[in-house]
Ligand binder design. Sequence first.
Ligand code: ZN
Length: 145
Amino acid sequence: MSNQNRHSEACIFCRILEGKEEGTFIYRGNKVSAILDIHPLFEGHTLIIPNEHFVDITDVDEDVLSEVIKVAKIVSDMMIKNLHAEGVNVMHSTGRPAGQTIFHFHVHVLPRRTGDDTEFEKWWFARSHKASREELDSLAGRMLL
Ligand SMILES: [Zn+2]
């Protein structure tokens, strides 16, 4: 299958993959590539992107998604070994309300080090609450797969 089956000339990632825009690649595979984010949250912030244009997680082929996650693991291992990261966040956004700004499926791999940004974790714990058993059971009724 050609890597050009799904392509969008209007898409910055497709143009980077084609070499029409600059990008810093740390990996180029048959299905998936890894580039450094131009707006890094942390030094080494990497994006795993399919070589073909998929909009989001609802659009991406399962075999491509599997490859994205495989590469996210390899990149994570590399960050711990080469960048002395002590942990990683693997993050993805689908849709504008979730913060997606580039509509070519991608997964962020963020190398983390102790104390590098305590605000994120503070926000997480402030935003979340301990759900009741009833709340979870009721919700699960609408979410069973
Ligand atoms: Zn694209």
